[in-house]
Design a protein around this ligand. Structure first.
Ligand SMILES: *Cc1c(COP(=O)(O)O)cnc(C)c1O
Length: 219
């Protein structure tokens, strides 16, 4: 199937209030343009440099989401245009995003990445760490960021029960944090293999790559 057909079939399988982020990492601009022509306006990348290069070449009405691990020293390269940063793992990174956003006179939306997977390799904070950040006075001084939700990545496994437990953990964490910070609206969870399960568990933003653009080749 073509990129356009893939997009249409995913969009017809998800509720309207769920935002689809087209994860275009490693894919050429020509593939992204095909998705753009089909109406897609939200793209997710996991490397800042790659996102910057694509942003420069593509139409300016695209919303660029940074979905990968955020290296603090590279925040400055995306601060002028990034629309949502999913993977914020600590207060220091929030502070740096705030500083760079301020230079551009912008407010940058961010999600706190919560560690829901059992794998040590996955990044993220605990629910307690997130609530400490959201209630701290240092956080209330950051005027150029808005924390608008949470993001999580499930364990890389075929075990649907385990994935489901982890998705429910993220939804529960969101429910715990929401009374502390009314701006929280987004629950970013679900990828190509599990987005329907994620939506059933409360996701309202899915990050789908290979089901739209085909398998990635990292060579
Ligand atoms: C690559 C990636 C995705 C998309 O994965 P697919 O399985 O190709 O849909 C989603 N989220 C993050 C954080 C990713 O790095």
């Amino acid at each position: 199937m073509s990129i356009k057909q893939n997009l249409n079939s995913i969009k017809s399988s998800i509720p309207e209030q769920v935002t689809l982020v087209a994860v275009s990492k490693t894919k050429p601009v020509s593939d992204l343009m095909e998705a753009y022509q089909a109406g897609q306006r939200i793209f997710g990348e996991n490397k800042i440099q790659e996102m910057v290069e694509k942003q420069e070449q593509m139409p300016k009405d695209i919303q660029w989401h940074m979905i990968g691990h955020v290296q603090r020293n590279k925040v400055k390269y995306m601060a002028s245009f990034v629309s949502l940063i999913h993977g914020v793992e600590n207060f220091k990174t929030l502070k740096e995003i705030n500083k760079q956003a301020k230079k551009h006179n912008r407010i940058i939306d961010c999600l706190l990445q919560i560690k829901i997977a059992s794998e040590d390799s996955k990044f993220g904070m605990t629910a307690n760490e997130a609530s400490e950040i959201l209630t701290s006075s240092d956080f209330s001084e950051l005027k150029n960021i808005h924390v608008v939700g949470v993001m999580g990545m499930a364990t890389f496994t075929d075990n649907q029960e385990q994935i489901k437990k982890e998705f429910i953990l993220l939804k529960t964490t969101f429910n715990q944090l929401k009374p502390l910070h009314s701006k929280l609206e987004i629950i970013s969870m679900g990828m190509s293999g599990d987005y329907l399960l994620a939506i059933a568990c409360g996701s309202n933003m899915i990050r789908v790559g290979s089901s739209i653009f085909g398998e990635r080749n990292y060579n």
